[in-house]
Design a protein around this ligand. Structure first.
Ligand code: ZN
Length: 327
């Protein structure tokens, strides 16, 4: 079977899945209420936290291990959200790159949630407030881990985090020093690449295409900026869904219309924190789903064309690899 045919079958299966999901509100209720905690089918839960114009992504393994990738722009938003979810400790934190919309809330996370590991690059781009974050890492005795030119695997319970090889430092554009992270759980994969722009993504395409390819979900780099997504990237990643973290009415104009047009062209639906609030994704390693999306419960795609027509504002739910239900 050709890859294209296989993918087409997946899309058809996804549509069947979507219809069956919408036809079963009782199941939906069960699913929404028990995200990530099914006793029979352990799930990974990934939350794109609504922290405004920045990134903060919480990953929870089926075993309860936790990782936080970035901590948003404000000092308190990410910590407050974690506390509201009953989280008292984090195992590992990542600062994707040294811009404050990604580390602004990291200091209270380090102090209050006592992570064991702090993953960040050694990029020379720094600020007074980032140096303070590094000082807290030292004071709290947190183990600092830096990406290298080789991929590095971290086991978060049964979820594997692979830090992509890090390209040589770009001293002109800190976005290009973003850490790339592939989150893998069974056949489910999600790709997080901070605010990476074209050069860094091209470097990854050339050096580790196998770590970038075939991911169910793509977090758009750089909040949906036109320099955070391109055709080659989408063709290799082949996401079934894109997510973007950004604030409503942000001054950068994110997500840019070029990005939205590209996603539409490649028939990739987009969910945005400025429209949805926190986006919660769960997967049992075979299929995945979006939880607690009021719009998703309200609107069922009628067919593939309808899905394409609602790319920029309408959510969808698709199994990543098989048409079976997630229970
Ligand atoms: Zn950013």
């Amino acid at each position: 079977m050709t890859a294209k045919l296989s993918r087409r079958l997946r899309v058809v299966a996804a549509f069947v899945f979507a219809v069956s999901w919408f036809a079963a509100p009782a199941d939906a209720q069960w699913f929404t209420g028990r995200s990530g905690s099914s006793p029979s089918r352990p799930m990974v839960t990934i939350e794109i936290l609504d922290v405004g114009q920045g990134d903060s992504i919480l990953i929870r393994s089926p075993e309860g291990k936790t990782a936080l990738v970035d901590a948003g722009p404000s000092r308190d938003a990410a910590a407050k959200l974690l506390k509201s979810k009953g989280i008292t400790a984090i195992d590992l934190v990542v600062v994707s790159h040294h811009h404050s919309d990604h580390y602004g809330g990291m200091e209270p996370i380090l102090r209050d949630f006592k992570p064991k590991y702090f993953v960040a690059t050694g990029s020379s781009h720094t600020t007074k407030s980032y140096l303070k974050v590094l000082q807290v890492v030292k004071d709290e005795g947190i183990t600092a881990v830096q990406p290298t030119a080789k991929p590095r695997k971290i086991e978060l319970g049964s979820v594997t985090l692979t830090i992509l090889p890090q390209p040589p430092e770009n001293t002109k554009e800190e976005n290009e020093n973003s850490i790339g992270l592939r989150v893998q759980y069974g056949g489910f994969a999600m790709l997080l690449t901070g605010d990476s722009e074209t050069d860094e993504r091209r470097w990854w395409l050339a050096h580790c295409p196998e770590l970038v390819g075939d991911c169910s979900i793509l977090k758009l780099a750089h909040h949906g900026s036109r320099n955070g997504t391109d055709a080659r990237w989408l063709e290799l990643v082949q996401p079934d869904l894109a997510v973007a973290s950004l604030a409503k009415g942000n001054s950068y104009g994110h997500p840019h219309s070029e990005t939205i047009a590209l996603l539409r062209k490649y028939k990739v639906p987009l969910l945005r924190t400025d429209q949805q609030g926190t986006i919660t994704l769960v997967s049992n390693g075979e299929t995945w789903n979006v939880v607690s999306s009021p719009l998703a419960r309200r609107r069922a795609p009628r067919d593939d064309a309808a899905v394409a027509a609602t790319r920029d504002d309408g959510p969808t739910r698709r199994p990543s690899r098989t048409p079976s239900r997630t229970r």
